[in-house]
Design a protein around this ligand. Structure first.
Ligand code: COA
Length: 388
């Protein structure tokens, strides 16, 4: 349908206060994380993300995001024990995931699985802080099981049950591949989960806060967050980066490929950011671990391509890679299918979403912005017989 815009519409500059894409709009306070564009820094609850990535496990970071403080030893043990005990999903949920069309994108599978999880929870309308925290840990524990089940089913393989003696990162490899790789590879994966865990009011977090602001439940808010994350301008970019690198195929062709892409004014996936304008604070850490993966598999092809693409983009446009640029090839080198890269992002970002959902619920006001109307002026409804 053609978009109707009133031809007589004259924007009145003093009235027009449209912030397209909500750019620059501060819509609430938050104590979960801070993205500082000036210093290229990202802190979770006050801790620089690169320090967390190097010194903490994903479980510790999940605890931090949910509770505001890093856990001590006994708090971590208790938290992990609970998370590990909640990893199983019901037979019904498994069969829902199995029944989905084989061609359905894994993001649609995990969105459906989380939605089903909400249907199974009898406390769905109970949104006390304690219950929401409990549900957040359930999501953290069960989402990897759903993603791995979908991974296996799509390949025609049997489901592998979660192993409670393994960490979240180790267990995910176990459930996908039936084995846990070298500790270096597990660390690279764990780092990616820490880096992907939280990023202030990004599109999917904002979506989950909007849903929460209506006093809807955490499963609905998470399902909506997954829907927003799927798009290639957001989380879906990590998959697009790898498709692009496979299309380029040869690192010696990467420079010319980028020159041509820019000449054609193409949006190159994995570059640019709404907030960071001179580099994404998470990239150096993720690039380091993508390099660890290249060394582990003994193939430098993707990192050579990474460096060539980055060099041309920075030189010609001063646009820098975002986290999806190193994460894409890192996951590929770990052996994951490309369309599972964004569901892995979900496994991580469920922590940030839940932290924001709890924060929004604790101090809520419905989120309801305005729009500038540019449609038809007011008119009368003509009887059907008189309409042209
Ligand atoms: N490739 C080429 N040019 C890009 C670019 C990219 N990835 N990202 C931004 N630009 C250019 C735009 O063409 C625009 O140039 P112009 O002013 O000459 O028209 C300028 O930079 C501003 O970009 P814009 O799209 O308006 O920024 P935004 O804040 O609305 O969008 C993103 C931010 C992240 C959506 C955008 O950079 C993008 O689409 N990146 C690729 C997808 C991606 O990697 N997403 C993951 C984000 S973490």
């Amino acid at each position: 349908m053609a978009e109707y815009i009133n031809p007589d519409y004259v924007p009145e500059p003093e009235k027009m206060n449209v912030k397209k894409g909500l750019e620059g709009v501060v819509m609430d306070t938050s104590s979960v994380s801070k993205v500082n564009a000036e210093t290229n820094s990202l802190v979770y609850r006050g801790y620089p993300v690169q320090d967390l990535a190097e010194n903490c496990t994903f479980e510790e970071v999940a605890y931090l995001l949910y509770n505001g403080e890093l856990p001590n030893k006994s708090q971590l043990e208790e938290f992990s024990k609970k998370e590990r005990s909640l990893r199983d999903i019901t037979k019904d949920n498994l069969s829902v995931i199995k029944a989905l069309p084989k061609k359905c994108h894994p993001m649609d599978s995990v969105r459906t699985g989380v939605s089903f999880l909400g249907c199974e929870d009898e406390r769905i309308w109970d949104a006390t802080p304690e219950t929401n925290l409990d549900k957040a840990v359930r999501l953290l524990a069960k989402i990897p099981t759903m993603v791995a089940a979908d991974y296996r089913f799509k390949k025609g393989l049997d489901f592998i049950a979660p192993n409670p003696s393994l960490s979240i990162a180790e267990n995910f490899f176990h459930m996908c591949f039936g084995k846990v790789p070298d500790t270096k590879i597990v660390k690279a994966f764990d780092v990616s989960l820490v880096l992907y865990a939280e990023h202030s009011f990004n599109a999917s977090t904002f979506t989950s806060r909007v849903v929460t602001s209506t006093q809807s439940d955490i499963y609905s808010a998470t399902t909506a967050g997954i829907g927003a994350l799927k798009g290639p301008l957001h989380g879906g970019a990590n998959e697009m980066v790898m498709h692009m690198m496979i299309e380029i195929a040869d690192p010696t062709k990467a420079e010319q490929w980028m020159i041509d892409a820019l000449a054609q004014k193409k949006k190159v996936m994995g570059f640019g950011h709404r907030v960071y304008k001179s580099g994404d604070s998470r990239v150096p850490t993720m690039k380091k671990y993508a390099q660890v993966m290249a060394d582990a598999i003994g193939d430098q092809k993707w990192m050579q391509m990474y460096n060539s693409l980055e060099k041309v983009m920075v030189e010609k446009k001063k646009i820098y890679p975002n986290l999806d640029f190193p994460a894409g090839p890192a996951y590929y080198m770990m052996g994951f299918e490309i369309d599972f890269f964004t569901p892995i992002f979900v496994m991580a970002r469920t922590t940030g979403w839940s932290a924001h959902i709890m924060e929004q619920a604790a101090n809520n006001r419905i989120i309801r912005p305005l729009s500038e109307y540019i449609g038809s002026p007011q008119r009368k409804v003509a009887p059907l017989s008189e309409r042209k």
